[in-house]
Design a protein around this ligand. Structure first.
Ligand SMILES: Cc1cc2nc3c(=O)[nH]c(=O)nc-3n(C[C@H](O)[C@H](O)[C@H](O)COP(=O)(O)OP(=O)(O)OC[C@H]3O[C@@H](n4cnc5c(N)ncnc54)[C@H](O)[C@@H]3O)c2cc1C
Length: 299
């Protein structure tokens, strides 16, 4: 196995163009597990550790440009106000050691339906900035996941950054696991209120072949909140409205039975998390300032 060590982004792109089957390695928390278990034996490993740009982030007026290798710990420490949903999701990833190395670029590279960044990115509205020697493009997060552990990257492309809209309202992330740390999600749910556009967006993890949004549930809720004048009045969301939203979120799942949980349990749990995160975020919206976010909890 050859180890390629580009010193700059341009060198990394050139190396990927020359060796399209080279496997990029950032924090290595997915790649090294696969190599250690002999699930993967690539001819070339492309180490991105010396590409400094990938560890930087920049908060603009409307969005944050998050370098692909920014570790979860940095997101939790520095971007809690701008990206509360992603910061909450980052909290639930593994352990401090993994959070110090792993990042969103690697989560997107692996594209596991159970990856914790995905529901938060779907709910917030994100774009993945990818590049090759042929040029750069931005892939809307809704188009990024193409199948189980598959994504929209071309063989010669690398992820440079993720552009995530800054929170304009409360966001939440909830995850079901067999314990509170070091656990892959049985299922997970992200929800973001967007008062600026008077919309709600969702993200579901580990309950379909790819991370998905509950679009019908979003459409139902957006229409109900609009017609009922909820955004202006800030009145309490009725239990029947929350239940219908939860049922539609559960219906958006297409889960499997596996060692972590049954399909029917996953559907049920997604409904519970949808109802809870809607209640938490709406209560925050109704409260003082109407933009604060609560800490997430297990369903
Ligand atoms: C003990 C343990 C517990 C874990 N728990 C969780 C958990 O709770 N939640 C969770 O979501 N994940 C978990 N993971 C998985 C892993 O930590 C995450 O997926 C993490 O985000 C991967 O980031 P990384 O930088 O380490 O990626 P790497 O392992 O370096 O790479 C992952 C994939 O992305 C590709 N890649 C990396 N960077 C780029 C780039 N810039 N451009 C293109 N492709 C790229 C790699 O080629 C590889 O296919 C766990 C892993 C371990 C070992």
């Amino acid at each position: 196995m050859d180890f390629l060590r580009p010193a700059s982004w341009q060198e990394a792109l050139a190396a990927k163009a020359e060796h399209p089957t080279a496997v990029p390695i950032a924090g290595g928390t997915d790649v090294m597990v696969e190599i250690n278990f002999d699930h993967r034996r690539p001819e070339h490993l492309l180490d991105l550790g010396r590409v400094g740009d990938l560890y930087e982030w920049e908060a603009g007026e409307d969005s944050v440009r998050l370098g692909a290798s920014v570790p979860y710990t940095r997101i939790m420490e520095n971007l809690r106000a701008e990206l509360p949903g992603l910061a909450l999701a980052s909290h639930t990833v593994a352990s401090p050691q993994i959070r110090n190395r792993g990042g969103v670029g690697g989560n997107l590279g692996t594209a596991s339906p159970a990856g914790d960044a995905h529901p938060a990115l779907l709910a917030a509205g994100a774009e993945v900035e990818v590049e090759s020697v042929r040029g750069s493009r931005r892939i809307p997060i809704d188009d990024f996941y193409t199948g189980v552990k598959r994504n929209a990257l071309a063989p010669d492309e690398l992820i440079r950054a993720v552009h995530v809209k800054k929170a304009d309202g409360p966001q939440q992330y909830s995850k079901v696991g067999t314990r509170n740390a070091m656990v892959i999600a049985v299922c997970a749910f992200g929800l973001a209120l967007h008062p600026d556009t008077r919309t709600v967006r969702t993200g579901i993890g580990s309950a379909a072949p790819t991370p998905v949004r509950a679009r019908t549930a979003e459409e139902f809720l957006n229409a109900a909140l609009d017609e009922g004048g909820f955004w202006d009045s800030g009145k309490i969301i009725t239990p029947s409205l929350a239940k219908r939203f939860a049922d539609l979120c559960a219906a958006a799942c297409n889960p499997i039975d596996d060692v972590r949980g049954t399909a029917s349990y996953r559907r049920h749990a997604v409904g519970v998390m949808a109802r809870r995160t809607l209640t938490w975020t709406w209560e925050s919206y109704r409260g003082a300032g109407r933009t604060t976010s609560r800490k997430g909890g297990a369903a």
